[in-house]
Design a protein around this ligand. Structure first.
Ligand code: UT7
Length: 332
């Protein structure tokens, strides 16, 4: 019996026009461009402005562009998975809204919530549906409007996050390209360090929760930083060992863009030089579920068929993981 592989055959993104610079943040909170640049690597981030526009707006644009670019008709898509931490609504799923806006009608769709690791969770899940022979074309989208849950009076968090969306197409193929392996993990004990205090069923929204600013990201930065460095290195190490990948076999590390110092530590642990590490945190900050597709899209012109990529992420939950992806095409 021939084996089926989940080939990644296209990537497209959407980022909002508005650019929030470090200089503008200097006017909002007690911070400096120097501190932000040295501690995180971020210079600017994109913010979605416009009444009534949520995460699905950005995701829809990314998916429309992806389908056009890959000559895929909406009717061909059998499943769409949206990884997001900032859904348009508590329910229904943002994935349902995206399908409706794009005209994907012969599919089912759902959201994945795994904070900053969500794109890797969704990509891995999608690849399993393809490898099992269940579906042939799946769209995976990572999108977040982080500005909707950021407190722009809190200097510890408002400097980090931005908005954006990225989508990829996975297709069934007999050639050994695409998602070849993945390592995923979670540890719920980590929730205390990174979460949103109110708005869920445990603490529903009311005047008190709003007054206490509990509808924003709460992060104990230093604790999260320590876990992120350890877990991203561990997951990337496991994926390398399991697939007998030496540093010289890897063309690119595609790390979640949370902090340049975390990215540098992961690359160092893997023995990779800086020129093999995708980096765009300076332009977009941490867009949560969109960071990895945004990287793939920015670097797409440099990617070559057959190159080995390791994708790695860490996020709230805690959640973390790494994916071994063999790139399937040369860009035109
Ligand atoms: O993507 C999901 C997972 N998230 C992450 O991976 C984020 C991980 N954490 C981080 O990236 C870093 O912890 C931060 C960038 C959030 C913070 O950097 P840090 O070097 O860990 O700073 P810190 O929180 O330990 O704070 C050090 C000092 C404190 O001052 P004192 O108490 O030493 O006087 C903070 O008040 O830096 C201060 N500080 C700031 N100063 C200027 C915190 N934020 C700022 C700021 N500007 N924006």
């Amino acid at each position: 019996m021939t084996q089926t592989y989940a080939r990644l055959s296209g990537v497209h993104t959407y980022t909002p026009e508005y650019i929030l610079t470090n200089q503008e943040l200097e006017k909002l909170v007690d911070t400096t461009d120097t501190w932000i640049t040295e501690r995180t690597g971020i210079k600017e981030r994109r913010i979605l402005k416009g009444e009534g526009l949520g995460t699905s707006h950005m995701a829809t644009e990314a998916v429309k562009g992806l389908l056009a670019k890959t000559n895929t008709a909406p009717e061909e898509v059998e499943l769409l998975i949206c990884a997001t931490t900032t859904p348009d609504f508590v329910f229904p799923a943002t994935a349902n809204l995206i399908c409706d806006a794009v005209g994907i009608r012969n599919a089912f769709s759902y959201d994945v919530q795994a904070a900053c690791s969500g794109f890797l969770y969704a990509l891995s899940t999608a690849s399993q549906f393809i490898k099992a022979g269940t579906y042939k074309k799946i769209v995976v989208v990572g999108a977040d409007k982080m500005s909707s849950i950021i407190d722009y009076t809190d200097r510890a968090t408002c400097i980090i996050f931005g908005d954006g969306a990225g989508a990829v197409l996975l297709e069934a193929s007999e050639e050994p390209y695409g998602v070849l392996d993945f390592v995923l993990q979670s540890d719920g004990a980590g929730w205390v360090h990174l979460h949103q205090k109110a708005g869920g069923s445990r603490r529903p929204p009311n005047a008190e929760t709003v007054a206490a600013r509990e509808h924003f990201v709460y992060q104990e930065g230093a604790a999260v930083f320590k876990h992120a460095v350890k877990r991203m290195a561990e997951a990337s190490g496991t994926i390398m060992e399991r697939n007998q990948l030496r540093a010289e076999d890897i063309a690119w590390l595609v790390p979640h863009q949370a902090n340049k110092r975390i990215i540098d530590a992961t690359a160092q642990h893997m023995g990779l030089p800086a020129d093999k590490v995708m980096l765009n945190i300076h332009k977009y900050g941490n867009t949560t579920n969109a960071t990895i597709p945004l990287c793939l899209h920015d670097y797409e012109p440099q990617l070559k068929r057959g190159q080995n990529l390791v994708l790695a992420a860490f996020g709230g939950g805690f959640t973390w993981g790494a994916v071994y992806l063999k790139w399937a095409y040369d860009s035109q």
